[in-house]
Unconditional design. Structure first.
Length: 544
């Protein structure tokens, strides 16, 4: 690793990978086995940062809103506060650590080769995946799921199977996080150049009359604002690959003149390729949760157990007096400090509301934080939105709308998911961790004066679950879309209408894979790296 301030003003490589995130790291490591690779990451290093590496500090990085934070906060046009990664290793440095594969059906629909997919998952798992030690509270959630009929019991598995299972985690048994950046240990150090704090401003194209635009270089700036250019070596199979995430990839294509012509013209961007689907079909899986105060102490845990229902909702849980993070007042997984404020509806989650909720939280007794959350998130989702440029500055967040619950089928799944959560709370298996004198309506209708509760204050005591879904919706950070296969890309992740340019990351997904996508994003980086290498090596052998 080196800071981009040390980069040459002009340099040349066989592959340029933009974004050292969950897909970019395994992709760059794989390509470096045979070719020279430049990996450009706009953030810094995750190593040596305890807010990233320690499970006990989960949420600390998400609560950091400084310009050098590993997470960059953004607020969708829906009003839901969210985050995007700005660090080597991407979202795997910030998330709750759950590791699970995509379903065989997902692999089939994506058109991937099953054997190479399995080999790619295994390549990832050797470095970053572990079996969690499931303790009492998570066990109670698991047993509650089985008691209410989310069956069969699938034990511990990375596979996506209907029923209840214990998934993997990227936290080892000492509570240390292992991220996609760790996959760079597979790289050939003599063939890879990794630059940190390198913000790509645009992709450069050669455009000849009557021919398709061909990517041949990038312009990036270092932390001092100095401009650098990196070009592809002169070979017809060399490529630029964008792995900047579901916000960053469509944003960079647009800044480079690839996107909806009218939108680019409005920002005075020269049109390289009119591609109306760039930035479209954005989705974010809505999450809703219920806080359950516990009469007895509970362990600190992030996501370990998942119930995969047959109606399209996933049930997960997190627990601990500090909600798996330093201090509950600062870093809880559902804390207003990280933007997960649900005591007011999305459009009312202003900075003032966040500050008020944080202040109220600071005045609560420690006992108020004893317990955990049981959450549901819907698969898919079916509702779709779009992304637009806010400005021509790549450091600015684009404007993104997810349209949570626009499709009534998503709302129906949310209601069924919350009904399932209610049944778990009432189950015999979970009874030890529930106050018997606290019925479900009380859990659902706790007032906003207690910011750990996930419901606004309503005069109507019989608030509908539909309204609960709308008012308390949060993100679980699994947003995707914007550069989808079949619309922006072909089956090989090449940009339609352009040459020497691919996009490989979560922006390519039509649906979020598995219950949690990080395993599949890492797998995809490796999978496509292997595919690109095998196709190229085969072609070069034929030429010889």
């Amino acid at each position: 690793m080196q800071n981009a301030t040390r980069a040459a003003e002009i340099s040349y490589y066989d592959y340029i990978v933009i974004g050292g995130g969950t897909a970019g790291c395994p992709l760059a490591a794989t390509l470096s086995e045979h070719y020279s690779v430049l990996l450009l990451e706009r953030g810094g290093s995750p190593y040596g940062n305890p807010n990233i590496s320690n499970l006990a500090s989960f949420g600390a990085a998400l609560s950091d809103t400084s310009p050098t934070s590993p997470s960059q906060r953004f607020i969708s046009q829906d009003g839901v506060i969210n985050s995007r990664a700005r660090v080597l290793g991407g979202g795997s440095c910030l998330n709750a650590g759950f590791y699970t594969r995509a379903s065989p059906q997902y692999v089939k629909e994506a058109g991937w080769d099953g054997k190479t997919v399995n080999e790619s998952y295994q390549w990832v798992e050797k470095v970053v995946a572990f079996q969690p030690e499931v303790k009492q509270w998570q066990s109670a959630v698991r047993d509650g799921l089985l008691e209410i009929g989310v069956v069969p019991s699938n034990g511990f598995t990375y596979d996506h199977i209907h029923g209840t299972k214990v998934g993997g985690t990227i936290f080892d048994h000492n509570g240390n996080r292992h991220t996609a950046a760790d996959l760079l240990q597979y790289a050939n150090p003599s063939r890879i150049t990794l630059l940190l704090d390198a913000t790509v401003h645009r992709i450069l194209f050669r455009v000849k009359p009557g021919s398709r635009p061909k990517a041949h270089g990038v312009v990036f700036r270092d932390s001092l604002g100095r401009r650098h250019k990196a070009y592809l070596n002169n070979h017809p199979r060399n490529e630029i690959i964008v792995s900047a995430g579901a916000l960053g990839s469509p944003q960079l294509l647009m800044l480079s003149g690839v996107g909806p012509a009218d939108h680019l013209q409005a920002h005075k961007i020269k049109i390289t390729l009119d591609q109306p689907w760039v930035g479209q079909e954005m989705s974010d899986n809505p999450m809703n949760a219920i806080f359950v105060p516990s009469p007895v102490p509970v362990e600190v845990s992030l996501i370990e157990v998942v119930g995969i229902t047959d109606f399209g909702s996933y049930i997960e849980a997190a627990s601990g007096e500090n909600f798996a993070g330093g201090s509950p007042r600062d870093y809880g997984m559902f804390s207003p400090k990280i933007g997960q404020l649900s005591t007011v509806p999305p459009k009312q989650r202003t900075p003032e509301a966040l500050a008020k909720a944080t202040e109220l939280m600071n005045n609560l007794d420690e006992a108020a934080f004893r317990g955990g959350f049981i959450l549901e998130k819907i698969m898919g989702p079916i509702s779709r939105g779009h992304l637009e440029l806010r400005s021509r500055d790549p450091n600015d967040n684009p404007l993104v709308t997810f349209n949570y619950f626009q499709d009534p089928r998503d709302l129906e799944r949310c209601v069924k998911g919350l009904t399932t959560v209610e049944k778990i709370i009432e189950s015999k298996a979970f009874s030890k961790f529930r106050y018997q004198n606290m019925p479900l309506p009380m859990l659902l209708n706790m007032t906003a004066s207690s910011p750990v509760n996930l419901l606004p204050k309503h005069t109507n005591s019989s608030l509908s679950l539909e309204q609960f879904c709308r008012d308390t919706v949060m993100t679980i950070w699994h947003y995707h879309g914007g550069c989808q296969v079949g619309k922006v890309l072909d089956a090989d992740y090449k940009v339609l209408g352009a040459d020497a340019l691919r996009v490989i990351d979560g922006s390519t997904f039509n649906y979020s894979p598995g219950t949690n996508p990080q395993a599949t994003v890492m797998m995809l980086g490796r999978y496509m790296g292997v595919k690109i290498l095998s196709q190229r090596l085969r072609a070069e052998q034929i030429q010889q």
